[in-house]
Design a protein around this ligand. Sequence first.
Ligand code: FNR
Length: 359
Amino acid sequence: PKLSKVFNISDFEYLSKRILTPHAWAYYSSAADDEITLRENHYAFSRIFFNPKVLTDVSDVDISTEFLGVKSSAPFYCSAAAQARMGNEDGELSIARGCGNEGIIQMISSTASYSLGEIVEAARKNQPQWFQLYVNEDRDISYNTIKQCEKLGLKAIFVTVDTAMLGRREKDLKFRLFDDEDEVSSTESHADDPLMNFKDVRLTWEDIDKFKSMTKLPIVIKGVQRVQDVLLAIDHGVDAVVLSNHGGRQLDFSRAPVEVLADVMPVLKEKKLEEKIEVYIDGGIRRGTDVLKALCLGAKGVGLGRPFLYANSTYGEQGVTRAIQLLKRELLLDMKLLGVSKLSDLTPELLDLRSLHNR
Ligand code: FNR
């Protein structure tokens, strides 16, 4: 269908299922074990309701913000997703361009299908990008990567900490087992197990201290799932955390990030630590209302993973651009209906959390 007929972010997923190779579909859509966490990432949002304000003059709504001191045209970003080229020849390059068109930050995966240099090259001049780091067993490789990020002008390093081992994504595994021989060779060529070289079961807070000491770039930890670890992150001088379960792809029965957020923020508030760290979430965000719920709970911003892969697989750069526009449009409308003009006025009082807490 024409891109103008794509109505919302989820349409890209529906269309992707029809056009992606079975292997690419399995790789993108799969999650760990029984995919309970994947489901929860979506369901948790459906347990949060609004208490909108009325009569507040919403003629002038602003959704622009700053992430770690860098401007973003909206409070969401493109999260790291490996192997964008499985769905579109231009891979991460067209994702970079789409993000550039709309002033959104792209987080570049350690396991991207193009080189870091190529993806930076594809971006506009001064277009902010982040790097997602899988820490190598050989730490010198990771240190060099961080130095390279400084040289290339990336704005932050997101260290993924939920991937000591790769989760079991059975949909993906089964596909490969039952696949015919032709496809097996293409499976190898995507090398979507490059994590085998990246993961390190010995990664600890000491490594985070080392990263902090060797670079001025903000260090962010991606994949935090509990209050105590947010407090530890503050102790270790980490600039931001992403509450994330890797889109349900790692430990099944991890909780939905938006639920963890509802635990974390009251503790930070009580301990007067809110200013010490920026808190982001990703997982299951598909609607303007999802973004609003996270922001009301205190998130600085939210990331989306699969939607960018799907938009890029179906329509390339134009699809990515449209996905961002659709989400922005929803967000603007939803802000008006909620009776709020500024992101800074989004507070927990605008939410009814009873269903979330009493599930
Ligand atoms: C990911 N994600 C991910 N995260 C990361 O830190 N490095 C990576 O290379 C990847 N690769 C990756 C591939 C695919 C196919 C998916 C679906 C996800 C996780 C990603 O950054 C993010 O945490 C989730 O995708 C967020 O959930 P949603 O938006 O996909 O529901």
